[in-house]
Design a protein around this ligand. Sequence first.
Ligand code: CA
Length: 229
Amino acid sequence: MSRILIIEDEEAIADLEKDYLELSDFEVHIENNGEDGLKEALDNDYDLIVLDLMLPGLDGFEVCKRLREKKDVPILMVSARKDDIDKIRGLGLGADDYMTKPFSPSELVARVKAHLSRYERLVSAGQKQNDVIEIRGLKIDKTARRVWIDGEEKAFTTKEFDLLTFLAENPNHVFSKEELFRKIWNMDSIGDIATVTVHIKKIREKVEYDTSNPQYIETIWGVGYRFKA
Ligand code: CA
């Protein structure tokens, strides 16, 4: 459940916002002045802060500025003042959005939801992504060592996977069987290079629609193989 902090000195407005947000399953806490609101926001983990601009004592600008120095929680600023200078000042201080009073409680809920989903996307985008190669219908997840063709997962042995991945990472480059053997099997080229031919055949059976007319791994007669990008 997402936690929302409302910093608002007008009790009726704060209660209305709280009611609507709670109806949408948010957990809501209210502080009615800037000092307490800032302290509450700094001491606890909220998912979003609804911050009124005109507050007694520490105003919304100052709360926003001080909060931003410490946390990147989304801040939705609310004010009765309509002029754009306030708006720019508000945004310049690191607020994520700005609403002018009066607004409908359902608009507040919609904005809160939009910001939370945007914030979650940003946070998840910052997480380490798997290293994925996608070429037409072929998808290779290098991190998970998994392969899909048109969304259907195919089982690959270690060497088949290494060979396909190496070719796909070097598209339009012709490699001889000897080169591939050295790269993938990590041995002298005096080894059995027929192994390469066998593995290419097995890979084609998994990734090609028509193995006699390969779309991914082409045979370059007398030379070797090339991955078609
Ligand atoms: Ca106020």
